[in-house]
Design a protein around this ligand. Structure first.
Ligand SMILES: O=C(O)CCC(=O)C(=O)O
Length: 276
């Protein structure tokens, strides 16, 4: 893979035009939207049964309505979106592994599961859930020093839709995080740093790869649409400091102890599933 590695080392990021096939990226978005659509239909918001029959404005109206009507349902749809097979497949594709090798991760390993975001002020109770101010991902990952993030848009993302803003070269300053907010390692920027932020407008198929130390933040989404994007994060098992640190891992993944739906399932419900 022919990459501008010297640029990456100096600036801490690479913009990769048309890196992914647009259709593959579009299918992740479709799979994510279908999760919500199934609930829109179940709730009687619509009779239509395929996304092809619905325009973005109608879809957006329904997702905003779901946020108001049933936050638990919206949030669970969002959680299912994190577990899409298409999303995970792309994150472990040969193309991604080759990219990771090319930026120097000789034995890449997944740091955190892929993340799929659908950011909009109308889909969040707190600002941080749709706009994350300046932060460094390394603080939440705490993995190898050469760990990276791949950020890709599922739709074309311009400044109005809240394109990501990055601070080129900031990875060289090391860990600058001064407090944690909802798991994000936040960084206070001074006026000069703020003036050096670069907005990265991206189109579906493009990708941005950056060092987990690169300071970045969300732009302001001033449109009527959610900003759909996904983020993959990787460590390198060959980084000596990571080995030294016993492959430190910062994430906890465990089930809740409670029964989410009391008295469920009944034997009849089981019978229906396995009936001949
Ligand atoms: O995608 C964004 O706008 C911010 C989220 C982010 O940078 C992250 O999850 O680390």
């Amino acid at each position: 893979m022919n990459l501008e590695i010297e640029f990456y080392k100096k600036n801490g990021y690479l913009f990769l035009k048309d890196f992914f096939q647009k259709e593959v990226v579009a299918s992740i978005l479709k799979d994510a939207k279908n999760i919500f659509l199934k609930q829109f239909i179940k709730k009687g918001y619509t009779n239509i049964i395929t996304l092809d029959d619905i325009n973005d404005a109608s879809f957006n109206d329904m997702i905003y309505r779901l946020f108001v009507d049933d936050l638990e349902c919206l949030s669970n749809c969002g959680k299912q979106a994190q577990h899409l097979i298409s999303l995970h497949s792309l994150s472990i594709s040969n193309q991604v592994v080759e990219l990771l090798n090319a930026v120097g991760l000789t034995t890449p390993v997944i740091s955190t599961r892929p993340v799929l975001y659908f950011n909009h002020p109308k889909l969040a109770k707190q600002k941080i859930f749709y706009k994350v101010d300046a932060h460094q991902d390394w603080r939440s990952m705490q993995g190898s020093l050469n760990s990276v993030v791949i950020w890709l848009p599922l739709v074309d993302v311009n400044k109005q839709l809240g394109a990501l803003e990055i601070l080129p070269g900031s990875h060289l300053q090391g860990l600058k995080t001064d407090h944690i907010n909802n798991g994000f390692g936040m960084v206070e920027l001074n006026t000069e740093e703020k003036s050096k932020l670069v907005t990265v407008e991206v189109k579906r198929g493009d990708a941005l790869i950056f060092s987990s130390f690169l300071i970045h933040q969300s732009g302001e989404n001033i449109t009527d649409s959610p900003r759909w994007s996904c983020h993959f994060r990787y460590n390198d098992l060959d980084d000596e400091t990571f080995k030294e640190r016993k492959y430190a891992h910062a994430y906890i993944y465990k089930p809740v102890d409670t029964l989410i739906t009391p008295d469920f399932p009944s034997l009849q419900e089981i019978d229906k599933i396995f009936a001949k």
